[in-house]
Design a binder for this molecule. Sequence first.
Ligand SMILES: C[S@@+](CC[C@H](N)C(=O)[O-])C[C@H]1O[C@@H](n2cnc3c(N)ncnc32)[C@H](O)[C@@H]1O
Length: 434
Amino acid sequence: METEQRGMLPTELSLTHRLSAAARCGDFAPELADVLELSPSLRAEAEHSSSGVPPTTPAALLAALGPRIGLEVVSRPTGRLLPYQRELLLLREVLAKAKPGSPARVARVLDAAAEASFSWAKFAGGSKAAALLAAMRGGPPTDTSRSASEPSAGVLEIGTYIGNSALRLAITLPGVRVTTIELDPVLVAIARSLIAFAGLTGFVSVLTGHSKLLLPRLQAHLAATQGYKPRPCFSAVFMDRWGTQYDEDFALIQEHGLLQEDGGVLVADNVLTTAAASFLWRVAAPGSGSSEAFASQIASVTEVADRSKEDWVSVSVSLPNSRSATIAPQPDALARLQAESEKLREIVTSGGSSGDHPDFVQRARATLVHAGIFPMSYEEDTWTEPQASDDQQEDGGEAVVHMGQQQGRQQQQEKEKEEEKRDVEKEEEDVIGY
Ligand SMILES: C[S@@+](CC[C@H](N)C(=O)[O-])C[C@H]1O[C@@H](n2cnc3c(N)ncnc32)[C@H](O)[C@@H]1O
């Protein structure tokens, strides 16, 4: 796939030109061509905004794009949608109803759209967005927290979609630079327009490409475009794509030192519904060794479009030696869950399923809980002493979850005892070392 670009800007430019030509020929909603053509210049502005290039004003963007993407006909289409028509409709909704240069009004229009007619919106909203923003507020992601050896480059997001969460991060952390990466160049073009309309071009930079290819290049890119030296790292990272893939992104983040050691905040969405088993083992599982590297908590949240659907968001804060901790091999049950979720990802991304898979989520929950990975609210709200009769265990779902909770608790207690013992031994070693 060419979106998995090897060079950054040159490949992106040729790709955008070809995509906008295709849009003009009618392969996509034709209005997309104008959005696509604007995209590279918005990126250039985001990258050079601090070096004298005048940013497109939100009003100028509205004047240029508004008439072309048909603001006068804002309505939900019926019947089959063209590719990207939904996302284009969201952009139209924002351009028609929000105030140029007002990030808060843009966020409100997106909220209203997700609540009302655009229930398919796949961005973090409601309690998910609240968990993300609370975690980011609690962390230290400010550009002023730069140290000489590891200057902070603000916040990194993997998975932009139309730029909703990037917008909210920029609102929540005023003055902090947000770098967000998106594999799909059409979504990138839409996100950049939305960000520019909100007046945030100078703070949010949307990059096109696959995380696997962009993450290793990010430090060099930031150094070249923003003047960061010598190896900037991010104070916070938000991962928002399919959970089985977080492991791969996380390995690159660690390898390239992209997250600040000691106090860096790592937030991952969809960790239950897309079963981020291997990733959670590395950052949040008792007994894995992850507690040497991260202090983690999991929050139970609900989907923006359907409050009856539970998901989990993990929040991890890096400890002083987070890049060098040794992690034990993951249990077979987690490896199997990871493999099952990966198969599901292939089916969903190839259009073979709507993405709604309650049986899988129930199995994922039971397996994760069994491994001692569960949200804070589990113990407080839903813990009931299991009646561990054989009959109940055969009941399936619920009983398995309770057993998992019990074993999870036991594992956690054992782990805490183990850690206490190790701390005492370490103190003794330190004393001996003196
Ligand atoms: C759930 S959406 C992100 C929603 C967004 N963070 C929000 O809440 O507004 C996931 C996005 O990640 C993108 N994506 C998937 N894999 C990616 C990868 N390897 N690198 C960059 N983007 C990726 C998808 O194209 C999709 O737009």
